[in-house]
Ligand binder design. Structure first.
Ligand SMILES: Cc1cc2nc3c(=O)[nH]c(=O)nc-3n(C[C@H](O)[C@H](O)[C@H](O)COP(=O)(O)OP(=O)(O)OC[C@H]3O[C@@H](n4cnc5c(N)ncnc54)[C@H](O)[C@@H]3O)c2cc1C
Length: 415
C-alpha cells in the first residue's frame, strides 16, 4: 500500500467525488474530507438515467477507445456493489441502439460491430429481433433494427451514490455538507487548503470534483478549461407494466435514450437539453443543486408523441416525475482527470460528457492512483487537463462550434 499523502480534501460529493474518495481510502489514504455545497444527493447525479455500457467502443461516438478501460471498470464496480448486497436497482440487460432507417442501421453497425474492441456477443438485429428483445415495447413497423450490446447494465443513480457515501461514512471520511468552497489557499504555488463559507480546511491534496461548478473553482486559481454545462431533462412515466428485462435503449434519429424503471419509462433526449448559459440569459435562476427549466419540460412533453411512434405504450401516458441536471461537455468529447498544471497538490475531475455514472468509478480510481503514486490502470495521457489549449476556445460559442455534428451541439442550437 502506498505512503499516506497527508490530509486530502475533495470538493463535491457527487458520484465522481465520492468515487475518488473511495479509491483513495482503498489505496491507503487515511485523512480524507469531502465538502459539498449542498445536502447529500442534491447535485446532478440523481438526475442520471443509470445507463452504463462500453460507449467508447463505437466509432460513432467521440469518447474514444481510451475510455473503454474506464467503462469496463465501471461495469465491474457496480456489479460488485450489487453483489455485495447493496440495493442499487441493478440489472444486466444490455444496451440497444435503435435505428429507424436502414441507412442508420448500417451506420450503427459500422460504428459498433466494426470497432476493433467490440464486446463478445454484440449483434445486429432486424426489426423483428428488436421487437422480441423489447418484449412488445417497440413497434417493429417503426424501426429498421438495432445493434445490441449485451454487456450494458442499468442502475438507479441516487441509490449507487448513497451506497458509496455510506461506505465512506463507515471508513470515517469526514463530510461537511452545505459548505460551499469559495477558493483554494495557495502558498508558493502549492495548494494548502480549501477556503469555504465556514473557514479554511487544511489539505495538502485537493481534488475538484464539483461537476457543473468546477469552472468557477478553477477560476479562483486563475485556471480555465473549455467546459460546456448543459441542462438535461429526464421524465419518469406512470407505470406501463414494462418488463424488467428490457435493455437500456438509445435512438439517434429520435435523439432519445429510454429505459424501464419499476415498470415505467424513464426517458429523455437532446430535444429537451439546452445550454445552461442560454437558459440563464432567459431568466433561469440556478445556484447549487438541480435546475428546473419549464422551457425544457415543455420541449419534452412536445416530443412525447414522436417517441410514442416507436414505443406505443408511451402514447398519452402521464408523467409521474421530472428531474433535471447539468452534465458538462468538453470540446473533444473526452474526460478530464489529472493535475491542474502549475498548482502543486491540486487535481481535477471534470467534463463528465454526460457519462459520469459510467466513468465516475474509473475516474476516481485513476485520480487516486495518480495521487498515491501507484501505477495507473489506464494510460492517463488522454485525460490530461493540458491536452486542449483553453486559449483556442475564448468563449462558449467557439466551444459549441467545436462540437459540430455532435447530437448535443444540435441541442445547443434549440430555440
Ligand atoms: C438527465 C440526465 C441523464 C443522464 N444519464 C446518464 C447515464 O445514463 N449514464 C451516465 O453515465 N451518465 C448519465 N448522466 C450524467 C451523469 O449524471 C453525470 O455525469 C454525473 O452525475 C456527474 O457527477 P458529478 O459528481 O460530476 O456531479 P454532481 O452529482 O453534480 O456532484 C458535484 C457536487 O459538487 C458540489 N459542489 C459544487 N460546487 C461546489 C463548491 N463550490 N463547494 C462544494 N461543493 C460544490 C455540488 O453540490 C454537487 O453535489 C445523465 C445526466 C442527466 C442530467
Amino acid at each position: 500500500m502506498a505512503q499516506d499523502p497527508g490530509p486530502i480534501c475533495i470538493i463535491g460529493a457527487g458520484i465522481i467525488g465520492a468515487s475518488a474518495a473511495l479509491h483513495l481510502i482503498e489505496s491507503g489514504a487515511r485523512d480524507v474530507t469531502i465538502i459539498d455545497a449542498g445536502d447529500p444527493l442534491s447535485g446532478t447525479t440523481p438526475a442520471g438515467a443509470g445507463f452504463v455500457a462500453r460507449f467508447g467502443a463505437d466509432h460513432n461516438r467521440r469518447l474514444g477507445a481510451c475510455t473503454i478501460p474506464l467503462q469496463d471498470y465501471g461495469l465491474a464496480f457496480y456489479k460488485q456493489l450489487h453483489e455485495s448486497g447493496q440495493d442499487i436497482d441493478f440489472a444486466a440487460n444490455g444496451n440497444l441502439v435503435l435505428a429507424r432507417t436502414p441507412t442508420m442501421l448500417d451506420t450503427l453497425a459500422d460504428g459498433i460491430l466494426g470497432h476493433p474492441q467490440v464486446a463478445p456477443r454484440t449483434r445486429r438485429l432486424d426489426a423483428d429481433g428488436v421487437a422480441e428483445l423489447m418484449r412488445g415495447a417497440v413497434d417493429p413497423a417503426a424501426v429498421a433494427g438495432g445493434v445490441y450490446m449485451p454487456e450494458g447494465i442499468q442502475l438507479t443513480t441516487a441509490l449507487a451514490q448513497q451506497a458509496i457515501l455510506t461506505r465512506l461514512e463507515d471508513e470515517q471520511v469526514q463530510f461537511h455538507w452545505a459548505t460551499p468552497a469559495t477558493g483554494v489557499r495557495m502558498v508558493d504555488g502549492s495548494a494548502t487548503g480549501v477556503e469555504t463559507s465556514n473557514g479554511t480546511i487544511d489539505a495538502s491534496t485537493i481534488v475538484l470534483a464539483a461537476g457543473a461548478w468546477n469552472q468557477e473553482l478553477l477560476e479562483s486559481v486563475d485556471r480555465r478549461l473549455p467546459l460546456i454545462p448543459m441542462v438535461a431533462t429526464r421524465f419518469v412515466s406512470e407505470s406501463a407494466a414494462l418488463s424488467a428485462l428490457l435493455p437500456t435503449v438509445q435512438c439517434p434519429e429520435l435523439r432519445l435514450w429510454l429505459r424501464e424503471l419499476h415498470g415505467a419509462f424513464s426517458w429523455g433526449g437532446s430535444f429537451a437539453y439546452r445550454l445552461l448559459s442560454a437558459l440563464e440569459d432567459e431568466g433561469l435562476e440556478f445556484g447549487y443543486g438541480r435546475p428546473v427549466s419549464q422551457t425544457l419540460l415543455e420541449a419534452q412533453y412536445a416530443h412525447q408523441d414522436s417517441v410514442a411512434e416507436v414505443f406505443p405504450a408511451l402514447s398519452g401516458l402521464p408523467t409521474a416525475e421530472t428531474i433535471q441536471g447539468v452534465p458538462v461537455y468538453t470540446v473533444d468529447g473526452g474526460l478530464y482527470v489529472g493535475a491542474v498544471p502549475g498548482v502543486e497538490g491540486l487535481w481535477t475531475l471534470a467534463g463528465d460528457s454526460e457519462s459520469g455514472i459510467t466513468h465516475g468509478p474509473g475516474m476516481g480510481k485513476l485520480v487516486a492512483q495518480l495521487i498515491m503514486d501507484e501505477p495507473p490502470f489506464v494510460d492517463p495521457a488522454p485525460f490530461r487537463l493540458d491536452r486542449v489549449d483553453p486559449a483556442d476556445y475564448p468563449d462558449e460559442a467557439s466551444m459549441v462550434a467545436s462540437m459540430a455534428e455532435d447530437r448535443i451541439a444540435t441541442a445547443a442550437k434549440l430555440g
